[in-house]
Design a protein around this ligand. Structure first.
Ligand SMILES: [Zn+2]
Length: 214
């Protein structure tokens, strides 16, 4: 058993995989369905991918990741259900933000799903004294398969109810549909990420100009 555990720990060690550029974990979560409307690429193929997202996003500590990896091997059906639930939550978050950005009516089903997830999250939250004074919200231990979805749901509803909502944008690239929170000083950020899409657009403009000047 010890050997199996050690093997699992070794097998999951890897560099960060998810590109977390959105400035809000709920938007980074939306971006785990890549090329959503063109050629969808699912980045959360297994429950372990969901755990890895939680690890990359700083939602899970190393012991919590180890525990969820171990539990998902022991209870694969429950892990699969949690993955399915996570994807449904992701799509609900996407649909609500998409409607807001496109000035369309918010789909009631998506809002209801997000509300339900936020209410479930609230049942696992505790106010605890913070170091250096004040208080902060702390979540129950994340041994629960659904635990890492709690802070994601919470981040989504907090953002929707905040004055930052106006700064949630889609990437300006025609082929990229990632969302991000524009926290730049002038709120003129256009790209999800300069290296990912900004440079690509620059190169395209350069070639268009070059072609035009020939
Ligand atoms: Zn982009």
């Amino acid at each position: 058993m010890t050997e199996t555990k050690e093997t699992m720990k070794i097998s999951r060690r890897r560099p960060p995989r998810f590109e977390l550029i959105a400035g809000n974990v709920s938007l980074d979560f939306v971006n785990t369905l890549d090329d959503r409307h063109i050629k969808p690429k699912e980045l959360l193929e297994t429950y372990l991918d969901l755990v890895r997202f939680g690890e990359d996003a700083g939602l899970l500590s190393t012991p919590q990741v180890d525990r969820l990896f171990e539990r998902s091997y022991l209870e694969p059906d429950l892990a699969e259900r949690a993955l399915h639930h996570g994807r449904e939550l992701r799509e609900a978050i996407h649909d609500v933000f998409w409607a807001v950005m496109n000035k369309r009516p918010v789909p009631p089903g998506a809002l209801a799903r997000l509300n339900a997830a936020a209410q479930a999250a609230a049942g696992h939250m505790h106010l605890v004294p913070a170091k250096g004074g004040g208080f902060l919200w702390s979540f129950d231990d994340f041994g629960d398969f659904y635990g890492l979805l709690w802070p994601i749901a919470r981040a989504a509803v907090d953002l929707l109810a905040s004055d930052q909502l106006a700064y949630v944008r889609p990437c300006s690239s025609k082929t990229c549909e990632w969302f991000f929170l524009d926290t730049s000083k002038n709120h003129h950020r256009r790209w999800c990420d300069m290296t990912r899409c900004g440079n690509r657009a620059k190169v395209q403009r350069f070639y268009v100009r070059k072609k035009g000047s020939c």
